[in-house]
Every structure is written in structure tokens, then in C-alpha cells.
Design a binder for this molecule. Structure first.
Ligand code: ADE
Length: 233
């Protein structure tokens, strides 16, 4: 069992309900972020809004590890679907995560590979992944839970051609802006991580409108999953 779970969302909406579910939280401010520490379903957790993008997420993860001694980091939030069968509201749980905007091909590295780390895909612990899928299917019977590769980059994807390129290049299930920063930082610190994302849009020309219309409803599935999952890991 993990001793303390750090839960990161990039946006206020992505963590608001989880923060409110902690009774008598202790709030600590660091790097412009507010860390809400306490019990969620009897488990020690720290819930925090990191801000958008990979740098914010990496800084936040390192603080959770160093200052709060979290031994599992879970990234929650929304994402754009990269597969026809994955619909708005569905949940994708990462098998692995990749920097889709890492390009050192000029030095002979494959797209996505972090030079000198010889690493492209950061993998999730298989037991943790299976547990998350099992819990998601139990608590969210109205949607489909997928497990697959999640792509991250400092880009909101809202263009069909870019979406097609991402699919061809990395064969991902969905795309977002933080997951790999959390996965890579966790890997560097030798601790476990999980990325769970609800689909808010299709990462194409309609992404901006769908994102605004559906992100809050989509995140409800993640909240249900996390409240149950923290008890079981
Ligand atoms: N988060 C939600 N939708 C997204 C998209 N289309 N691109 C990047 N991040 C997202």
C-alpha cells in the first residue's frame, strides 16, 4: 500500500471536488501552488492544482516527492481523444506516456526520445494500472474505460492534420499537456505514477468548443474513480 498519494490536476476544475472532499485540509503554499493535505476516504493524500503544461507539472511532482514524501503521484484531468472509438466522457488510463513534442531527430534520436536518457515511453506499474481499470469499470458503468498510451506536449491540439501526425507517429489513445512530465519526474525519482484522463474533445477542429462544453462533466468520472481508487492502493 502507498503511504501518501499526490494528486495533480492542471486546472482548478480538475481538482476542485477532490480538494473539497478532504476534511480539515492543511494548506501549504509553494512555487505559487496550494497543496491541500489530509485524508480522502481514509487515505493520506495531497491534492494540488499545478497549472498548465509540462514545466508546472514537473515542478509540482518534485515538490510532492521532496516536501510531502508522496510515494505515488496520480495525474487527473481531461484530454483530447485520438481514436474514433474513444468518445467524449470516456476515460483513458495510461499504460505509458511520451513527450510528443520532444524532437532531437537532428542528433539521430527517434521522435519522442529524451536524449541521453535513452527513454521514449515512461511505463505505469502494471498492477496499479490493472487496479485503476478495475475500479474505473466498477464506479463508471455509463462510460468505457480504455488503457493505452497517452501523449503529452505543451500544445492544445485542435487541428486534424496535427492529430493525424500524432496518431501515425506515436499511436496514442489521447493527448494532453502534463502526463509525461509527471511520469518522467516519477521515473527519475523511482516512484510509481498513474495518469487518468477523461475525454473532453476530439483534438480536431471542434476541440475548442467541445472542450469548453464538456470538460466539467467529463471530470466527474475521474473524481468517482479517484475517491474509490485511493482506498485500494
Ligand atoms: N486537454 C484536453 N483536450 C486537449 C487537447 N485537445 N489538446 C491538448 N490538451 C488537451
Amino acid at each position: 500500500m502507498y503511504k501518501k498519494i499526490g494528486i495533480i490536476g492542471a486546472l482548478g476544475e480538475e481538482v476542485e471536488e477532490l480538494k473539497m472532499s478532504i476534511s480539515d485540509p492543511v494548506i501549504t503554499k509553494k512555487a505559487g501552488m496550494e497543496f491541500f493535505e489530509g485524508k480522502l476516504n481514509d487515505k493520506n493524500v495531497v491534492v494540488v492544482k499545478s497549472g498548465v503544461g509540462k514545466i508546472n507539472a514537473a515542478v509540482c511532482t518534485q515538490i510532492l516527492i521532496d516536501t510531502f514524501e508522496a510515494d505515488l503521484i496520480i495525474n487527473v484531468g481531461v484530454a483530447g481523444s485520438l481514436r474514433n472509438e474513444i468518445n467524449i466522457g470516456d476515460v483513458v488510463i495510461a499504460t505509458d506516456v511520451v513527450n510528443h513534442d520532444m524532437d532531437a531527430t537532428g542528433f539521430g534520436h527517434p521522435l519522442g526520445e529524451v536524449p541521453n536518457m535513452d527513454k521514449t515511453y515512461f511505463e505505469v506499474n502494471e498492477k496499479l494500472l490493472s487496479k485503476a481499470v478495475e475500479v474505473c469499470e466498477k464506479v463508471n458503468t455509463d462510460i468505457t474505460a480504455f488503457k493505452g498510451r497517452i501523449l503529452s506536449g505543451d500544445q492544445f491540439i485542435s487541428d486534424r492534420a496535427k492529430k493525424d501526425w500524432l496518431i501515425e507517429t506515436f499511436d496514442g489513445y489521447c493527448t494532453e499537456m502534463e502526463g509525461v512530465a509527471i511520469g518522467q519526474t516519477a521515473w527519475l525519482n523511482d516512484i510509481d505514477f498513474l495518469v487518468v484522463r477523461a475525454i473532453s474533445d476530439k483534438a480536431d477542429g471542434s476541440a475548442e468548443i467541445d472542450y469548453n462544453d464538456f470538460k466539467e462533466a467529463a471530470i466527474e468520472h475521474i473524481v468517482k474513480l479517484i475517491v474509490e481508487l485511493v482506498k485500494e492502493v
